[in-house]
Write a protein that binds this ligand. Structure first.
Ligand code: NAG
Ligand code: NAG
Ligand code: NAG
Ligand code: NAG
Length: 461
């Protein structure tokens, strides 16, 4: 046994030493080049030395020397820690005479961090951010509101190089954030606190919380998002539509559950309340497909599609769920994009793993579709009697905007208090759509369901 291992071990050992030596060299070179920066008096802002060190045209007036020096100091710190780790590991190996190198240790603790440190070094650019910017007072106010350098960099308009006009026909690009971000400064700064090029925290729930609170759109980040350690390839498309995904394809860290079985409606601690039971495929399979207990309120997909034979090809499902509506429609050769937020369960991941398209949007925003494009907007399980009438008005007009003339608006099981019914009916009918179906049915003593199938009229104006 031992004998047969020997040549292999020797190779691994030699490889390990080569890796260590290479790593050490990289660190040495990095530190040497940084020392040269300091030696040149760069951070003392000595103009002469700067001119000497760079070509004149490389020197910018508004150069952000402070953030550079902070950044560089961090990188040096990190390289030094790495070197110490490397050395102690080498000593340890010599003592215990371990023949086979712990490859995983080298990978995780040394090679990767070293790589990210190097990437970070490369990210130090001679930024033109502060120079010659033609911005309004309001922009500066917003930028200066934030202290975190990465947020400031993000929202600073990026002027095109050498005064060119880009394909949008504009001379600079604005990265936008939701205006309510200013109300959640601390959380946003936490969200944007990362090392450029390294792994982000597993903090999608912080991001979602910011979005739901109106910090939407969120800034982009320059860190690598984490994925499940044991990610498997998804089920093939002929199976994925009606099969729960592999639990290993989801990062469960921020949910109450740790697998799909736990999300069952029978479990009181499943962690979400809307669309109970939508992780049970046998329950999902009958939806919109066979007569339900709420016969009049639940329209069948076959009946709806029959109204516009062959004309419904693309659409939006505005709701919360696991994509079952889109799955059924896909079987009818209709492409549906499903909105999905991860409200207590991995809705987005589930939809995507079923082979359907999740659209991660909140109610806050104008929909990212052009006017008069969609054949169908279906909405269920999302809005009900809690929704502010003014908000609903803006949403309805947005749906109207994206629906094509002759497109269908399918309001599915909207419910509200009986006394509010008139208000909501007025809202739904104000756009003067053609009524294909319109059903009101009691839900409980003082609540009612409204389901409707409405058609957007042509507007030749
Ligand atoms: C700034 O913008 C204004 C109006 O957009 C323009 O007239 C002015 O020339 C610009 N200044 C610079 C320095 O680009
Ligand atoms: C799905 O397709 C694969 C190959 O394309 C096949 O091996 C498998 O049996 C199919 N599964 C089902 C449920 O039809
Ligand atoms: C659903 O019920 C209606 C009315 O009772 C009936 O006409 C229809 O055939 C049923 N459809 C299915 C798929 O069972
Ligand atoms: C969907 O398209 C496929 C391939 O074009 C076709 O075979 C199938 O009959 C269509 N299904 C429906 C429900 O129209």
């Amino acid at each position: 046994m031992r004998r047969s291992c020997l040549p292999k071990c020797r190779v691994a050992r030699i490889m390990g030493w080569i890796q260590i030596i290479l790593g050490g060299l990289v660190i040495l070179v990095s530190i040497l080049s940084l020392t040269r920066f300091y030696y040149a008096g760069f951070f003392l802002h000595n103009e002469d030395i700067c001119h000497h060190f760079y070509n004149v045209r490389d020197v910018y007036d508004g150069f952000d020397a402070k953030s550079l020096s902070d950044r560089v100091a961090k990188v040096i710190d990190r390289l030094e820690t790495l070197q110490a780790k490397l050395e102690s590991k080498v000593q340890e190996m010599e003592k215990s005479k371990i023949t086979l190198l712990d490859k995983k240790f080298l990978e995780d603790q040394i090679v990767r961090p070293l790589h990210s440190a190097n990437v970070a070094l490369r990210q130090i650019r001679f930024s033109k951010i502060e120079e010659g910017r033609n911005s309004t007072v309001e922009e500066d106010t917003l930028i200066n509101f934030f202290i975190t350098e990465e947020i400031r960099k993000y929202i600073t308009p990026k002027e095109n190089r050498v005064g060119k006009i880009n394909l949008y026909g504009v001379d600079k690009v604005y990265n936008t954030i939701g205006h309510a971000c200013v109300l959640h400064k601390t959380e946003l700064e936490k969200y944007m606190d990362y090392d450029i090029g390294s792994y982000c925290d597993d903090d999608w729930n912080l991001a979602q919380k910011l979005m739901l609170n109106g910090c939407d759109p969120l800034p982009r980040r320059r860190c690598l998002t984490r994925a499940s350690k044991e990610y498997q390839k998804p089920h093939p498309i002929n199976e994925s539509l009606w099969r729960l995904p592999d639990k290993r394809n989801v990062r469960w860290g921020n949910y109450q559950c740790r697998n799909f079985e736990c999300l069952s409606s029978k479990n009181p601690k499943r962690g979400y309340s809307k669309c109970t039971g939508c992780f049970e495929m046998d329950k999902e399979k009958v939806k919109w497909f066979s007569n339900s207990s709420l016969l009049r309120v639940d329209f069948l997909i076959s009946d709806v599609l029959a109204i516009k034979q062959g004309e419904v090809r693309i659409g939006l499902d505005y709701g919360i769920g696991t994509g079952t509506f889109a799955a059924r429609m896909r079987e009818q050769n209709v492409t549906i994009v499903s909105t999905a937020l991860n409200l207590g369960a991995p809705f987005s991941e589930t939809i995507a793993l079923r082979g359907l398209v999740p659209l991660y949007v909140t109610l806050n925003q104008r929909l990212p579709f052009f006017d008069n494009t969609m054949d169908l907007v279906h909405t269920t399980g999302f809005m009900d009697g809690w929704i502010d009438l003014l908000l609903l008005d803006f949403i309805l007009y947005d749906w109207d905007r994206i629906l094509r003339p002759g497109g269908l608006l399918w309001i599915d099981r909207f419910f509200c208090n009986k006394k509010d019914l008139d208000d909501y009916m007025y809202m739904f009918l104000q756009l003067r759509y053609k009524k294909h179906k319109w059903v009101i049915s009691p839900k409980s003593n003082d609540e009612v369901y409204v389901s409707a199938l409405l058609e957007k009229p042509p507007r030749a104006i």
